[in-house]
Design a protein around this ligand. Structure first.
Ligand code: AMP
Ligand code: MN
Ligand code: MN
Ligand code: MN
Length: 285
């Protein structure tokens, strides 16, 4: 059960990845992924294509999404797995969460113009695959293209991370709503890459406690966003909070992403994999 090559977190050009859902499926299968989920940001528009591609490649599939949430003044990501991608409440919640991205992006463009990067909104749009889902990643790709920064990570560090000149605060979904949309559609909610949030221990405890109280059931333990020390730390947290453990690369692009699809260590033996609780939701080829 632990040793299955599951990759339950990655992105296509339906959000801020660069490959089509079909191309992500092919790359996952080529890398030996046996259970796959495409988890585009705030969007399930690629789910039927991803499932069809997985089926044609002989790969088991779980519908997925990564929902943007505001908690304790910071952005937290909640991955949903194994839900019905046509559930009307989930679709409406995601549409509401996406709403406001264009306004925010125009504001990011205006802030970047003040620090000497004009026309960034128009520039970012050239990289957008889904007009409803303009993201900071698209700005990062544009700013690399014009030669201001060497790579997207550098753009975040200098311009787009919280506190930097191009950062525009935004209010995303509520934690309770995101968990409810996922569970209401028959899925399991998972805290994405908890090591990335820079929370104090008290804030992190509050996130895990409230997430559980709302019906959340899982946490990412092995992810491309965690260090080896964080695999161990969040395996301990999974046990302490009685949460299922997930595994996913957070792959976005062959050259940008340092962790390729399926190229992750196995989950530590002491945790229960999230797919153990999703056996009846897995779409088998
Ligand atoms: P947004 O949803 O528009 O706020 O964009 C968030 C996305 O930006 C994340 O999903 C990542 O893909 C990307 N991102 C965030 N921080 C970084 C970073 N330091 N380096 C590269 N990409 C990042
Ligand atoms: Mn992303
Ligand atoms: Mn994320
Ligand atoms: Mn992600």
């Amino acid at each position: 059960m632990h040793l299955i090559n599951a990759d339950l977190h990655c992105h296509s050009n339906v959000s801020d990845g660069t490959l089509t859902p079909e191309a992500v499926a092919e790359r996952a299968a080529a890398n030996g992924v046996a259970l796959w989920s495409l988890t585009d940001h705030d969007e399930v528009g690629g789910q039927h294509r991803a499932h069809a591609a997985a089926a044609s490649l002989g790969m088991a599939y779980l519908p997925g999404a990564e929902i943007s949430v505001t908690f304790a003044g910071k952005t937290v990501h909640i991955v949903g797995l194994g839900f019905d991608p046509d559930d009307p409440h989930l679709l409406q919640g995601l549409a509401d969460t996406r709403n406001g991205r264009e306004r925010r992006a125009r504001d990011i463009g205006a802030e970047l113009a003040k620090v000497g990067i004009p026309n960034a909104f128009e520039g970012a749009l050239k990289f957008v695959g889904n007009p409803d889902l303009i993201s900071r990643t698209h700005f990062a790709r544009y700013i690399v293209e014009i030669g201001v920064c060497a790579d997207p990570h550098d753009v975040f560090r200098r311009y787009l991370a919280e506190g930097k000149p191009g950062f525009v605060p935004h209010s995303w979904a509520r934690l309770s709503d995101a968990v409810r949309w996922i569970t209401g559609a028959g899925g399991v909610a998972v805290i994405a890459h908890p090591g990335r949030y820079d929370f104090t221990p008290n804030e992190e405890f509050a996130l895990f406690s409230e997430f559980k109280a709302h019906g959340g059931r899982g946490v990412e333990v092995v992810t491309g966003s965690h260090t080896v020390a964080e695999y161990a730390r969040y395996a301990d947290m999974a046990i302490e909070f009685d949460l299922l453990a997930s595994r996913g690369s957070d792959f976005h692009d062959p050259s940008e992403s340092h962790t390729d699809l399926g190229a992750l260590p196995d989950l530590p033996g002491k945790v229960t994999p999230v797919w153990a609780a999703l056996q009846d939701r897995i779409l088998r080829p």
